[in-house]
Design a protein around this ligand. Structure first.
Ligand code: NDP
Length: 292
């Protein structure tokens, strides 16, 4: 017998998730603020609840996938959560997730928070490699491990309910850095007779080739020795920055995406050790609590 699932929220993501449970034969109850989105599910055999409270009452496992943390408040305001197992896949900050876990506890529910590392077309497509970070109740994660793995992979990252959001935002932040770099690269060739479609595979392969550098960064952070295994030292890299800035200028491209990082590299070199590579920049980013 498959675990019955309630899902609140049939946006792009909620719809994709819900469909996989329905297809896999899980009894499904759905609710959406705008009822029009539930139509297809009704004809496919799901129960459609008129209110979020009724959807919550229908099953022990309640998956929430709404726009943001405020919409979770709004949707669940009138629901009785006592005895429910709440799995919240709504994107939030770590602090919001921790507060939500506390909020659920006060209402007699067990709580698992999730951060989705996938876009809707990756849901129900295991080879696409998407997954969800989970944190909060380990017992809840273990209990529903199989059911949660139906739409997309799972990765449990700890009892602290904020950790899923923290990992989610960390990975997405790195992604934006990568996109920023790619934007600058495309801008450099924009005025020239270089086909962006010819640059794209070179860019993609280069980013993939450079990505494993994060393992060395992690090793250096763990050991505290930022000179360990260095192949491109900071002094050399800072000396190279005028080449990047002059090239941008020659191509009529604003350097605004590069300069903040170069600035940090220069500061680290001024304060520290030219035999390091780029790991020291991390220490400049981390704000330390003011000394008492
Ligand atoms: P959509 O904008 O497609 O859907 C938003 C959903 O939230 C709808 O069901 C909407 O209901 C509901 N909603 C919004 N405000 C309220 C409210 N005040 N009360 C009740 N319901 C409300 O978003 P997605 O489905 O794409 O995203 C859902 C979550 O998944 C978000 O937290 C998002 O960050 C996360 N996510 C999405 C990804 C994506 O690529 N789409 C990727 C990774 C995570 P209604 O139909 O009535 O408007």
């Amino acid at each position: 017998e498959k675990t019955p699932v309630t899902i609140l929220g049939l946006g792009a993501m909620g719809t994709a998730l819900a469909r996989t449970w329905l297809t896999a034969g899980h009894p499904l109850t759905v609710w959406n603020r705008t009822p029009a989105r539930t139509g297809a599910f009704a004809t496919e055999g799901a129960s459609v609840a008129d209110t979020a409270a009724a959807a919550v009452a229908a099953n022990t496992l309640v998956v929430v996938c709404l726009l943001d943390d405020a919409s979770v408040d709004e949707a669940l305001a009138g629901a009785d959560l006592a005895g429910r197992d709440l799995v919240n896949l709504t994107t939030s900050t770590p602090a919001q997730a921790r507060a939500r876990a506390q909020w659920a506890r006060e209402r007699g529910a067990r709580y698992l928070d999730g951060g989705i590392m996938a876009v809707p077309p990756m849901i129900g497509v295991p080879e696409a490699g998407g997954y969800v970070f989970y944190s909060g109740s380990r017992a809840l994660f273990e209990r529903y491990r199989e059911t949660l793995a139906v739409p997309v992979g799972t990765a449990y990252v700890g009892e602290d309910a904020g950790f899923a959001a923290l990992h989610d935002v960390a990975l997405l932040s790195a992604m934006y850095g990568m996109f920023a770099g790619a934007a600058h690269a495309f801008a450099l060739i924009r005025k020239e007779d270089v086909d962006p479609a010819a640059l794209a595979p070179l860019l993609s392969d280069w980013l993939v080739a450079m990505a494993p550098a994060v393992h060395q960064t992690a090793e250096q952070l763990r050991s505290g020795d930022y000179t360990k295994g260095v192949v491109s030292n900071l002094a050399m890299q800072v000396a190279g920055t005028p080449t990047f800035l002059s090239t941008a200028e020659q191509q009529g491209v604003s350097p605004e995406l590069l300069t903040p990082y170069f600035e940090l590299m220069r500061r680290r070199l001024a304060e520290g050790d030219g035999e390091e590579d780029l790991t020291g920049v991390i220490d400049l980013l981390v704000r330390r609590p003011a000394a008492a």
